[in-house]
Design a protein around this ligand. Structure first.
Ligand code: URA
Length: 207
């Protein structure tokens, strides 16, 4: 997935999005309307990683623009973060039929795209949202995963595979949790408050 040395990261990200649009590595390519590679500034100090596109994302090709997206935008605003200032993607770039959870082989097929995005974005802070994204990101950096409840809101420092740069991972609940479990709102908001603290104390992660 490497471009010629000196290619600006934003140009490489566009090429990567084109590669994702043509991807047929897993069966989700047969049922998708559009791929959803992610959007935001390149490079970006903050990277938010969801699970998989839903119906509205599949129709528009943009991440987090449906119900969960509205919740995410509101949570970011509460943390003093403008949505346009962060890169948002998901571990799987195509919608699973009927919004089912992505399967293990679908996630595995898509992970090289996330890995390439991380290399291009040079983020300071990675925010996997929900259990699926957390398991995938922990797997990428060899962090043992116990249970989501145990790891959410905590910080994990890793090194980016290509550059060796230090990055902090802070898992939070997926914004959609409150659509099926309204009492989880407190936990969700508490995770984003911890995230805001983490961002404030991480040099280079905020404007
Ligand atoms: N949920 C996700 O995890 N990703 C999206 O893009 C939309 C909803």
């Amino acid at each position: 997935m490497d471009d010629a040395p000196g290619t600006p990261p934003a140009a490489s990200m566009d090429r990567l999005a084109a590669r994702i649009a043509a991807c047929t590595l897993c069966p989700l390519s047969l049922s998708r309307t559009r791929t959803v590679p992610g959007e935001g500034p390149v490079p970006s100090p903050l990277l938010f990683i969801g699970e998989a596109p839903g119906k509205t994302e599949d129709e528009t090709g943009r991440p987090f623009v449906g119900r969960a997206g509205k919740i995410l935008t509101g949570l970011l605003a509460c943390c003093g973060i403008r949505r346009d200032d962060v890169f948002i993607t998901s571990i799987v770039k195509c919608r699973p039929p009927g919004n089912r959870a992505p399967k293990r082989d679908e996630i595995a097929a898509c992970m090289p795209y996330l890995e390439a995005q991380i290399a291009l974005l040079s983020p300071r802070v990675l925010v996997p949202m929900g259990r699926f994204a957390t398991v995938a990101v922990f797997g990428m950096y060899g962090i043992p995963f116990s249970s989501f409840r145990e790891v959410r809101g905590r910080r994990y420092v890793v090194r980016e595979h290509r550059s060796g740069r230090e990055m902090t991972i802070i898992p939070v609940y997926h914004p959609a949790v409150i659509t099926h479990n309204p009492p989880a709102r407190q936990d969700l908001e508490s995770d984003f408050r911890k995230l805001a603290e983490c961002i404030r104390s991480t040099p280079g992660s905020h404007k």
